[in-house]
Design a binder for this molecule. Structure first.
Ligand code: XMP
Length: 368
């Protein structure tokens, strides 16, 4: 969008929200540190003034020191209240294993918490950062996006919802954020899922694994920041191989954990594969096409391994415009080995670091 288009889009949104002003007692805008929720909060604030409270709920699944960083970044644009609900979230979700169950439990906890905060402030409205792709994917049955509320949920929590960005795609949200004066690092920041590190603590959720994800996330984000990748993050699961096989000259392991994919707009759910060896000169970015996508949605190649340790770290690096389809962010394997060494130095329990070479589709960007 051109500057002019963005200015008129911003005005349109502000006008649309301003029409609600007389009906809105007050509204809670939940900011996660991601671009969507932050931009929604700022534009809602512009339209509805001090009827909007920006709230950061620390769910325990956020990045290192996230609440403080985002509060500082928004200083002058909007005051951010940080609420600590870490123990409540973790104790509800600890022990859950199934991706959809984890997402649903998170969403329930999240809205129960929002409801509590809204009641404390006597607000009946909630501002959400839902964008167009979230709706398309939930309606299409790809996954339960944590921020898309259906009619039942709306009734259950009895919120009235304001969704300023519902007609925009991610790149349009970025232009809008810039126009609104959000700091550059936030505008250019990669998206972060609503359930946060929960969906990157793949399989059974427990604290030790979550803390490893959090620390490696910090390292990986610093490593790839500013290099033009759309998203780059680690995910962690247990080193638990259920099958070791070969096709042609490829040798690979199948892991005992479930990960998500997407085919023809529908979700798939299967095991990740890590290819341990392959013929010289092969195009690694095409290896995934040798496997059955519906059974093995994510295909990775080994970067570095050692003989001990409990965990696999998957490195996910993608390039995409709209997040509905994505290409692999290509990184030289020599560089990835150096990064893997850093990860292994930081985390003695990491046994294997692997690089995901599956585009979306057939993989999803996240693993759950
Ligand atoms: P997938 O994994 O579906 O991700 O290919 C597409 C984009 O959406 C982000 N994502 C989420 N964002 N709430 C969000 O706000 C969620 O529940 C959620 N799940 C995935 C993901 O990081 C990627 O940018």
């Amino acid at each position: 969008m051109s500057d002019l288009d963005i200015a008129s889009e911003a005005n349109k949104i502000i006008e649309r929200l301003s029409m609600l002003k007389k009906d809105v007692d007050c509204a809670i805008a939940c900011v996660s540190g991601g671009i969507d929720s932050t931009t929604s909060a700022v534009i809602a604030r512009k339209a509805l003034g001090d009827k909007v409270y920006a709230v950061f709920i620390d769910t325990g699944f956020m990045r290192l020191n996230e609440g403080i960083k985002v509060r500082e970044a928004l200083r002058g644009l909007i005051d951010l209240e940080v609420h600590d609900y870490v123990d409540q979230f973790i104790s509800r979700i600890e022990g859950l294993e199934d991706a959809e169950e984890k997402r649903i439990a998170f969403r329930e906890m999240f809205y129960t918490t929002v409801k509590k905060i809204a009641e404390e402030k006597r607000c009946s409205w909630v501002v959400q950062g839902t964008i167009k792709a979230d709706v398309v994917e939930t309606v299409g049955g790809v996954k339960t996006q944590h921020n898309v509320l259906n009619e039942n949920l709306l009734q259950k929590y009895s919120f009235k919802v304001i969704e300023p960005l519902i007609d925009l795609y991610k790149h349009e949200v970025r232009s809008l954020a810039k126009y609104l004066g959000l700091p550059n690092w936030l505008v250019e920041r990669q998206p972060f899922p609503g359930p946060g590190l929960l969906v990157r603590t793949v399989g059974k959720m427990y604290r030790a694994k979550l803390e490893i994800v959090r620390r490696i996330t910090d390292l990986v984000e610093r490593w790839f920041s500013g290099r033009g990748f759309s998203q780059y993050f680690p995910a962690v699961w247990e080193y638990n191989v259920i099958d070791s096989r070969g096709i042609d000259e490829l040798k690979y392991d199948v892991y005992n954990v479930k990960v998500t994919g997407v085919l023809e707009g529908k979700r798939t759910y299967g095991h990740p594969i890590v290819v341990k060896s392959y013929p010289m000169g092969i195009d690694v970015y095409n290896i995934y096409s040798k496997f059955d996508y519906s059974l093995y949605p994510h295909v990775l190649i080994e970067v570095k391994s050692r003989d001990t340790g409990r965990y696999v770290v998957a490195l996910r690096i993608v390039k995409t415009k709209n997040f509905m389809v994505a290409d692999i962010g290509k990184v030289d394997l020599v560089e990835l080995k150096t990064l893997a060494e850093e990860i292994m130095k930081l985390e003695p329990e990491v046994r294997l670091v692997a690089y995901d070479v599956t585009p979306k589709p057939p993989a999803t960007i996240e693993y759950e």
